[in-house]
Design a protein around this ligand. Sequence first.
Ligand code: SF4
Ligand code: SF4
Length: 476
Amino acid sequence: MSCSCTSSPTTNVNEEIQEKIKNHPCYSEGAHQHYARIHLPVAPACNIQCNYCNRKYDCSNESRPGVTSGKLQPIEAAKKVLYVGGEIQQLSVVGIAGPGDALANPKKTFETFKILQEKSPDLKFCLSTNGLKLTEYIDEIVKYNIDHVTVTINTVDETGEIGSKIYPWVHWEHKKLRGKEGAKRLLKQQLEGIKMLTDRGILVKANSVLISGVNDKDLPNVAKKLKELNVFLHNIMPLLSAPEFGTKFGLDGVKSATDQEVMAAQEACGMDMKLMSHCRQCRADAVGLIGEDKSEEFAKETFTSKSFEELEEVYNLEARVKKHEMIENWRKHLEKANDRIKIEQATKEELSSTSQTKLIAVTTGGEGMVNMHFGSASEFLIYEAGDKAIKFVMHRKIESAYCSGPENCDNNPIEEIKETLKDCDILLTEKIGDCPMDELNSIGLICDESYALQPIERSVYEAYKKHFTCEEQEAG
Ligand code: SF4
Ligand code: SF4
């Protein structure tokens, strides 16, 4: 296992791929705190039914169930990209991920990319699909330079038994194929489609929804198959399930997967291929850094009322290029400061000489720094640390931040936060009040503010040594 730090995110990745992913926040672990993405909700229809999806809402393959995004026409969507790209210069990726399936709406999906190819040539294009129509649209995917595709694949069970519990029907050649027949067709199309993509040099990320009791045992087989197909990243997402989502699983009482179940599944699959730990289920109209969502700030009227000429000025390609150069410079400094102490996919033995590791939670507003107050954080980065090295494990989201305004003071979500961080040992944050600190101490969590405004990875490593290495404690 070679050691890699933030800006060299994957082992065994050649330079061409490195170049393709270096500013893609979903494909590069080093990029996700620096670059933003925008999702364009131009694809409302879907051609399959998943039991974790309620079609009144966004596609649950990349979005959280129960979230609804406004819909846009291709021209409106392209205008939005230019407007947002000017306002958020870190924007590097445009994705189509719903509200339905990108390839069940080929006309709108490809028309949008066609306009953007001309208007915003510095952006990367990305789409997310259930994979049913990949073989049919492979030429368009190549033609429009969509060099990142996410396919949701939840099982590789060839009998269709597991798939039939996830997909009640699949729409294929003007017929609804039900049960095992539909599941087998979907799997065939997914595998053929993924192969076509990787054969053409398109980077494929696979998402698998962890549904305990349904596909959990099959996920290592999924990971193995994806590796054979040269899939670049595998992302295990928890099933999010509740009766109020109105999904079949929610109504049947199938439980959400816990963070601990996701970590166990990641570990069971991790030997087979590179896993992605920083994917969040985000809206089909998400805007901003991964983990933040500024979609509400960009109402339709703000960009549809402007002409393309006006918007090209707002976009300001030259200024964007400069901004991206600055980000890359900053990343180089960070890399130096972090001093190569992060290993991706490391085992406990590689992290620690005693095989004992600790989980460390961090609050951040981006740029690779411990730069967010506890009260403002609505998610935590979770690292695993030992005396030899650290690794990034996952993001954990909470419904709302501890401080969400004076009106909610008596109604803070401390119990949810305690539940979210119950297996963590240290919290690194820029600042935390006495009340929440006492609450977190009561579950054995050490809150440490001494790494405020310091690089995250180096801080995680130092904090581990400070609090858990005997020699260090004695010396201190
Ligand atoms: S592919 Fe997406 S939109 Fe279609 S049913 Fe599945 S989760 Fe829903
Ligand atoms: S969430 Fe999926 S579709 Fe969106 S930018 Fe990331 S990889 Fe692309």
